[in-house]
Each structure stands twice: as structure tokens, then as C-alpha cells.
Design a protein around this ligand. Structure first.
Ligand code: SIN
Length: 269
């Protein structure tokens, strides 16, 4: 449902996920308005806060209102700000985010939230797609839900380690439930992704592949997705516990520069 405060405007952008937020400056909002934004995040799980102009310090201050900021174990940060990364267009061949994933699921406590601030965006293309993993889980049959209950999967940053020149055998890895329960709402979500999930625990890769492929296909069915078209100043934040995302690289060499922070989450259960 749309909410309207005196200045704050929150409007859904897709049937199952996402809302745009207008009329606030995140540098100065008071606690009461922050609570409204928090409620909207819980309900929509993807917020696009329009027209923000933030230095790295101000971006970090916004992130810290939501929890502790993380430092990425493999990929670089901007000078002087260990928790802030720059996502830049280095070309399609070197992009590392053009696949469906939930951020850093190879960590024992993956980030509950990722926040991106758009500093430069292509005129056309460079969208980020999001997919609702509550909807994906809800769409499964009762028989498959029962089979997945209690199943765990191994996640590892194997591809990322290779890209940054590290031995993939030393890549960070973690074991998580295939279906996780959202700590705020109690809703269940599929929690596997092609980028990081390696195999089911206690099973080989080839034993796991068929069912994992089925779950991947289901996880980004078009009716569960929303595609965000970036505008400069967008501050986009999403819930990694219930959404996958995919950075579409269709903008050639056009500049695209986003600052990125992640906020510590819980051990998935
Ligand atoms: C990410 O995968 O964290 C970044 C997404 C994007 O560049 O749109």
C-alpha cells in the first residue's frame, strides 16, 4: 500500500517487490521518518530513494543507521574507505556482477542489505534486475518444499577468487540452508544462486546439478522480477535475504559509476 507523509512519498514499483521513495534527504531525516523508511524496506525489500547527493562519509553514515558495515574480503575499496567500493564500467569481459546472485553468500554471516549510490549512469542500459525469492519459494509444490526442508548447500567465491588472482581452493566458503526464513517476517525464501552455490552439502557437484539448475531457473522467473533503470542520485537498497540481483551489462563503454556498501546480516536459518 502507498504511504504518504508530509514530504515522504513511497510508491510500489512492481507487484511483488520494490518501492520508490521521494521527498527525503537521507543525510537529515529524523528518527520518525527513518522508522517509516524502515517499515517500507521491510514491506517492499527494495527501495529506490531518489535524488540523493552523498559523499562516501554520508553514504556510510546512512548504512550505519541499518547496522555494521562490512569490508569485502576479495574485491577492492575506494581510497580511505574500507567499507565503500566503486562499481565501475571496466567492460563486459571483466564485469563480475552480471549473474543472478545474493551478495557474499560465501560468508558465514552474509550482508542483510546492499546499498548502491549512483554517481554516473548510462543514458540507456546498465539496469539492475531483482528477483523475489519469497515468490520463488512459494511457487514450489508442497512435495518439493518438503524435500528442500533441512537441505543445506555449500557456497564459495570460487569465480571471484580466480578473477582477483587468488587460489580458488582458498576462496571464502560457507554452508547455508537452501530455504531460509526471514528474521523480520518469518517468510521463507529460496537461498541458492548460480554465482556462488557449489553443491548440496554431503553430495557431489554432479549429484546436485539437476536440482540446483531447476531451482536457479525458478529463482528468476520473469513474473518474480523487477528491472531498475538507474538515474543519477538514485540510492538503491535491497534485502539480500529475500532477493537475487543481476547487473545487466548492455551499455558498451558508457560510464557507470556506483558507490556500494553492505550491511552485516545474521547467520541464515
Ligand atoms: C552488485 O552486484 O552488488 C552490483 C549491482 C550493480 O552493479 O548493478
Amino acid at each position: 500500500m502507498a504511504t504518504t507523509d508530509v514530504a515522504l512519498q513511497i510508491r510500489p514499483v512492481a507487484p511483488t517487490l520494490g518501492a520508490s521513495v521521494r521527498g527525503i534527504d537521507v543525510r537529515t531525516i529524523d528518527d520518525a521518518t527513518f522508522e517509516l523508511v524502515r517499515d517500507a524496506f521491510r514491506e517492499h525489500r527494495l527501495l529506490v530513494i531518489k535524488d540523493q547527493s552523498l559523499s562516501p562519509e554520508e553514504l556510510m553514515a546512512w548504512g550505519e543507521r541499518w547496522g555494521d558495515l562490512l569490508v569485502h574480503p576479495l574485491t577492492p575499496h575506494i581510497d580511505g574507505f574500507p567499507s565503500v567500493q566503486a562499481i565501475q564500467n571496466t567492460g563486459k569481459k571483466t564485469t563480475i556482477n552480471e549473474h543472478w546472485h545474493t551478495d557474499m553468500s560465501f560468508e558465514p554471516r552474509p550482508p542483510k542489505m546492499t546499498i548502491l549510490h549512483a554517481l554516473a549512469v548510462p543514458e540507456l542500459g546498465g539496469d539492475t534486475a531483482f528477483s523475489d525469492q519469497h515468490a520463488a519459494y512459494d511457487s514450489l509444490s508442497d512435495g518439493l518444499k518438503a524435500m528442500l526442508d533441512g537441505l543445506q548447500a555449500v557456497h564459495a567465491a570460487v569465480g571471484l577468487a580466480r578473477i582477483v588472482g587468488k587460489d580458488p581452493r582458498d576462496a571464502p566458503r560457507a554452508v547455508h540452508p537452501v530455504v531460509r526464513t526471514h528474521p523480520d517476517t518469518g517468510r521463507k525464501a529460496l537461498y541458492v544462486c548460480r554465482a556462488f552455490t557449489q553443491h548440496f552439502e554431503h553430495m557431489t557437484g554432479s549429484e546436485s546439478r539437476g536440482l540446483l539448475e531447476f531451482l536457479y531457473e525458478r529463482s528468476y522467473r520473469p513474473d518474480f522480477t523487477h528491472r531498475h533503470k538507474w538515474e543519477q542520485g538514485d540510492l538503491v537498497m535491497w534485502d539480500n535475504r529475500s532477493l537475487l540481483h543481476y547487473a545487466i551489462h548492455d551499455h558498451g563503454d558508457d560510464p557507470r559509476l556506483l558507490h556500494r556498501i553492505t550491511v552485516q546480516g545474521e547467520v541464515p536459518v
